[in-house]
Write a protein that binds this ligand. Structure first.
Ligand SMILES: NC(=O)C1=CN([C@@H]2O[C@H](COP(=O)(O)OP(=O)(O)OC[C@H]3O[C@@H](n4cnc5c(N)ncnc54)[C@H](OP(=O)(O)O)[C@@H]3O)[C@@H](O)[C@H]2O)C=CC1
Ligand SMILES: CC(C)CCC[C@@H](C)[C@H]1CC[C@H]2C3=CC=C4C[C@@H](O)CC[C@]4(C)[C@H]3CC[C@]12C
Length: 436
């Protein structure tokens, strides 16, 4: 039984995802642009054809990388690396790794984001004056997907080799199963010329490109129809969320992505290809499917979404503050219930950490996930209920976060043992209080 589980987790599932996800990234674009945002129309395009011819036809609709797409993506990556290196920021320390290393980061993500978005706005105005528009990226998005689909797997191969033969730290290693090692990665936080790869892929590329695409899709919509409230509401919520992310970027360095997930296909390919295509898909969908919501619905959705962002942010911040002050702070006006949980590093050294069982962390073990899902629903609902396609992200996110809550339980159970059991008894529900 254990062997079957291992085969599923370490080979079949990763392989399945690595085969499936490049198609998904392409399908999101194809359905939005060529199928009126409808999966049924999409299936109709290939009805009666053998599966493999449909796949070939689908990929053939995508134009190959152009000089333009390569230059823009390469230029943007260089720009991000330069800003990462040059912009000032407080030095922050990441959490202690299982091998006993402490990664150090320069907390300049918010500044990086502001400088990039301001530069994008200036470029947009300059282009507009000359009769051009960045919305050409929407028009030629297939060329961009093609470029990412070629370069990102190559980048992951490079990361695999780097972790195997030239690791940056002792937090590296292989399991001997190539499929799993490629998917999961061979290093926890690789650095190339001092550039932290996960900070680059997740924050400086993935999250920033997501914000830029939201603006580009909104601009395209504006050029086509003028002001559209559904696009506005969806875009504003996504942009506030992404801005919040960068504001809190220091905290992100202590999350599962950074302290557990290695730099492999899952995280790096995911942030380079999946985030731009899948995470920004609601905005891409709305370009061809504008909806008029009216002021009442627009305001209601916007306010609910902002509330969800606030809850998500406050929950993440609460954990950070309690740990930062060693539990000597107030949570919702009271002394927090905390567990001082002991754990051991791989070298046997004993350490202590705090588990918070009050505030948002007393409602459910991952209440922050509930706010995250509700928020994604808020920026999708403006597309109304005509098609399932715009809901793809929120459906994916729900599965991702449920799976993650189990993964995190396993991880924390292994790490904290009886302290985690105690916490689970105090806070029995995972994500939804009283229900799940
Ligand atoms: N849009 C998206 O695709 C996704 C968004 N997110 C968002 O990212 C943010 C971070 O999420 P994520 O990293 O998944 O998880 P969490 O922020 O929930 O962090 C989990 C970690 O926090 C520590 N921890 C767990 N319970 C407690 C507690 N009661 N008190 C103190 N520390 C605790 C443990 O780490 P330790 O080892 O330090 O004890 C655990 O591994 C969230 O806002 C989430 O919504 C997350 C995933 C996907
Ligand atoms: C099958 C794979 C290709 C799936 C790839 C998934 C990844 C792209 C995503 C997995 C976890 C995601 C994130 C975690 C936490 C985040 C913090 C939040 O505030 C912003 C979003 C994000 C950075 C998010 C980004 C995508 C993932 C890395």
């Amino acid at each position: 039984m254990k062997r079957v589980k291992g085969l599923w987790n370490k080979t079949v599932f990763p392989l399945f995802l690595m085969i499936l996800t490049p198609h998904v990234a392409l399908i999101m674009w194809y359905v939005s642009v060529h199928c009126e945002g409808s999966y049924s129309v999409f299936l109709g395009h290939f009805a009666g054809k053998p599966f493999y011819t449909s796949i070939i036809e689908l990929w053939a609709t995508m134009r190959p990388p152009s000089q333009f797409s390569v230059l823009v993506l390469f230029g943007f990556s260089v720009w991000s690396v330069i800003l990462m290196k040059l912009l000032p920021g407080k030095i922050i320390k990441g959490p202690l790794t299982p091998k006993g290393n402490i990664p150090v980061y320069v907390d300049n993500g918010f500044l990086n984001y502001i400088v990039t978005m301001a530069t994008f706005s200036i470029i947009t105005v300059l282009l507009k004056v000359q009769g051009f528009s960045p919305s050409v990226i929407y028009d030629r998005f297939d060329e961009f997907i093609a470029t990412l689909q070629i370069f990102s797997p190559l980048f992951c191969v490079l990361l695999y080799l780097k972790g195997r033969y030239w690791p940056s730290t002792t937090d590296n290693g292989v399991s001997g199963n190539f499929i799993f090692d490629f998917y999961w990665g061979t290093e926890l936080y690789p650095r190339i010329f001092g550039i932290d790869i996960k900070v680059f892929t997740n924050c400086r590329f993935g999250m920033t490109v997501w914000a830029l695409l939201v603006c580009i899709h909104a601009l395209k919509s504006f050029e086509l129809y003028g002001f559209v409230d559904s696009m506005f509401v969806s875009a504003v919520l996504q942009l506030i969320y992404i801005t919040k992310f960068f504001w809190w970027e220091g905290g992100y360095m202590s999350t599962i992505d950074i302290m557990v997930d290695r730099a492999g296909y899952y995280i790096c390919w995911g942030c380079l290809v999946y985030v731009p295509t899948f995470y920004a898909s609601v905005s891409m969908y709305l370009v061809q499917q504008p909806v008029h919501l009216g002021i009442t619905w627009s305001s209601l959705i916007l306010l609910t979404g902002i509330l969800c962002i606030a809850v998500n942010y406050l929950a993440d911040l609460q954990k950070q503050e309690v740990r930062g002050t060693g539990g000597k702070c107030l949570v919702w006006g009271k002394r927090p219930n905390i567990i001082r949980a002991k754990y051991q590093l791989e070298n046997g050294k004993e350490k202590e950490s705090i588990l918070l069982a009050s505030g948002w962390w007393g409602l459910a073990r991952h209440f922050n996930y509930l706010a995250e899902i509700m928020l994604a629903l808020c920026w999708t609902v403006p597309s109304l209920f005509v098609n399932i396609m715009p809901y793809s992200y929120v459906i994916f996110l729900t599965f991702l976060l449920i799976h993650r809550s189990y993964r995190d339980d396993d991880k924390c159970g292994d790490k904290y043992g009886s302290f985690w059991v105690e916490y689970c008894q105090m806070v029995p529900h995972r994500i939804v209080p009283l229900l799940f």
